[in-house]
Ligand binder design. Structure first.
Ligand code: ZN
Length: 268
């Protein structure tokens, strides 16, 4: 299948860090990027830059400590992993599933040397394009539709062969696009999406796994989601002229596997 997973971001760098591997003789830079969009929303995607030559990495790190504006071209990477949280009542540890999402840069970020403000780039600061297959049942509520997209990787990250890796970012559509997604899409539908990467802090609550304890553990999580601005319905979609969807259809059985964004009051 054709592949597409591309992200272009312009924003202000914060919290840079650099690590060096003696084994690969290369360095990895990571940072957050504060991205302002024309709707005044600011998002804070995580970014990683792999395989940087050591002296170049430390030169970039010194520049990044000054919090410059930068242009980042990359791909969305998702990794299913677990996180350990501590119960405030019994002190026991509980492992929770977590979909770790970030942008992996496909080149060295371009650091802007002139002084620009985020608003100078607000119209063009956050662009995502994805081609993939819907891999969860859809959740639809009040014109908002949420699902995960299975995107074949076309960019080698680490030692993992391309064709063995997929990324599964969360996709969220609102308004007329959300309604159309809800009637046209189902697991297996193939879509081409244009949109923007949104981040959101959510307090998740899980039950303590200690059988002697009934405590609840609350912990913060940063969700990355792609908000659609355009959806092309390509294969295995419902191509009827008009559709119908049940606004109360809220299926979350797949979410336990992939770690779900909870729907809180302020979704956008
Ligand atoms: Zn406990």
């Amino acid at each position: 299948m054709a592949r597409e997973n591309s992200v272009m971001l312009v924003g202000r760098i914060s919290n840079p860090s650099v690590t060096h591997s003696e084994e690969t003789e290369s360095s990895t830079l990571t940072f957050s990027l504060a991205v302002l969009r024309s709707n005044k929303r600011i998002d804070y995607p995580r970014v990683a830059v792999y395989g940087v030559e050591k002296s170049k990495a430390y030169e970039l790190y010194e520049q990044m400590k000054r919090k410059p504006m930068a242009i980042v071209k990359g791909v969305i990477e998702t990794t299913l992993c677990s996180k350990t949280v501590v119960c405030p009542i019994c002190g026991g540890k509980t492992k929770v599933p977590r979909l770790f999402t970030r942008v992996v840069a496909t080149g060295i970020p371009f650091v802007l040397r002139e002084y620009y403000t985020p608003s100078d780039f607000a119209e063009v600061s956050n662009n995502v394009k994805l081609l993939g297959e819907v891999c969860t049942r859809l959740q639809s509520r009040n014109g908002c539709t949420l699902y995960q997209l299975n995107v074949d990787r076309s960019f080698r990250i680490g030692n993992v062969p391309d064709d063995e890796r997929h990324d599964r970012p969360w996709i969220k559509s609102f308004g007329s696009i959300g309604e159309e997604d809800a009637w046209r899409l189902s697991p297996g539908s193939v879509v081409y999406i244009s949109g923007a990467l949104q981040t959101r802090h959510v307090d998740r609550i899980v039950k303590c796994t200690n059988p002697c304890c009934e405590g609840e553990i609350k912990y913060p999580e940063l969700y990355h989601e792609v908000i659609t601005s355009r959806v092309e319905y390509l294969h295995n979609c419902d191509f009827a002229q008009e559709g119908y969807f049940d606004v109360n259809d809220s299926s979350d059985d797949c979410f336990e596997v992939f770690s779900s964004p909870e729907e809180s009051g302020a979704m956008y």
